[in-house]
Write a protein that binds this ligand. Sequence first.
Ligand SMILES: [Zn+2]
Ligand SMILES: [Zn+2]
Length: 102
Amino acid sequence: MQFCPKCGSLLLPKEDNPKKVKCSCGYNPKQKKIFSISERVENSAKIEVVDKKLETLPTLSINCPKCGYKKAFYWLVQTRASDEAETQFFRCMKCSHQWRQY
Ligand SMILES: [Zn+2]
Ligand SMILES: [Zn+2]
């Protein structure tokens, strides 16, 4: 049995998690370590997603105006107002030259 260091009454198990205890006075034992570990895992997962972004771009057969290579990555960008046409961007897989098409 555990007693509250704040008011001295018996600590009761939580309804949603019987392994944790709380007191009727509002005292709640803190568990800082567990929180910091879960935050770090979340952050590293986000970084991984950003790194993979460029590799997952679709490619198509188009002549690079700079080096003449026949394959390029492409993606669409919406410019300002939503009723305007999308701009198509290309990036040469060989020399990394970028150009656009309206
Ligand atoms: Zn208490
Ligand atoms: Zn090129």
